[in-house]
Design a protein around this ligand. Structure first.
Ligand code: KIV
Length: 285
């Protein structure tokens, strides 16, 4: 496994070789370092941070400041893994120029390798403009969690002819505009596999089934650290919440019963210094 930083070209070469691409979300340095060291090719610093880290009910409250802070921490850990910043709601909806400025902030302030944003008015034009600036863009089709209000829930997309057509046309247009990879969120596996064959660039599935060029999950789902809502496609590989709870309860019990801190976890001091202190300040009761 090469230790060099992965690039748009290495990700495309993986698709061309038929090698599956792995991607996870991350929001902080320690988890990003684990993901980098495990050889995962891409990290999405998702606006899911608003839900899984900040406790909001949806992703709409993520801000540029919040996302830049998370992205910078993740980017510092990633010597090999490509880091993609998820542009938060309100940072790319208004104009091409504002979208370009905000995309540039992610690169200059947080040092990420690329950006992703959901559909918005003129999002194909915005994709083209950002790629022309020199910033790699990941597209995102299917379920757009930032549109939860108009969708009426975080539900599968592309089951009807109209919504399936939307997935196909958006993906083709994103490739044409220069997106180097496209995320398929919560779409039927057959549809995602069909578009994967139509596209030259890799497709990354999060609820798009096994026919995509790569797979993505929210790391807090994988680790069992987010219990509020579990989508059908999320797989829990460990129940870290349970382990964390056990450790915190044990700490509480040990402190309450005065078992902790013990000698091993306390600093020693010479008798001579203690005697000098008692002589100067008097004995403690
Ligand atoms: O914010 C996020 O984690 C995402 C993925 C679900 C695609 O956008």
């Amino acid at each position: 496994m090469t230790q060099e930083k992965l690039t748009v070209r290495s990700i495309q070469e993986m698709k061309d070789r038929g090698e599956i691409i792995t991607m996870l979300t991350a929001y902080d340095y320690p988890i990003a370092k684990q993901i980098n060291d495990a050889g995962i090719e891409m990290i999405l610093v998702g606006d899911s941070a608003a839900m899984v880290v900040h406790g909001h009910p949806n992703t709409l409250t993520a801000t540029m400041e919040m996302m830049i802070l998370h992205c910078a921490a993740v980017a510092r850990a990633c010597t090999r893994t490509m880091v993609i910043a998820d542009m938060p709601f309100g940072s790319f909806q208004y104009s091409v120029e504002e979208t370009m400025r905000n995309a540039a902030r992610f690169v200059t302030e947080a040092k990420v390798d690329g950006v992703k944003f959901e559909a918005a008015p003129n999002h194909i034009e915005k994709t083209r403009a950002i790629v022309q600036m020199g910033i790699p863009v990941v597209g995102h089709v299917g379920l757009h969690p930032q549109s939860v209000g108009v969708l009426g829930g975080l539900t599968v997309q592309g089951k009807s002819i109209e919504t399936a057509r939307k997935v196909v046309t958006e993906a083709l247009a994103l490739e044409e505009a220069g997106a180097f990879a496209i995320i398929f969120e919560a779409v039927p596996a057959k549809l995602a596999a069909y578009v994967t064959k139509k596209l030259r660039v890799p497709t990354i599935s999060i609820g798009g089934g096994p026919g995509c060029s790569g797979q993505l999950l929210v790391t807090y789902d994988v680790l069992g650290m987010f219990e509020t809502f579990t989508p059908k496609f999320a797989k829990k590989y460990i129940n870290l919440n349970q382990l964390i709870r056990q450790a915190i309860l044990q700490y509480r019990d040990e402190v309450k019963s005065r078992k902790f801190p013990d000698e091993e976890h306390s600093y020693g001091m010479s008798e001579e210094v203690m005697e000098a202190i008692e002589k100067e300040f008097g004995k403690a009761e």
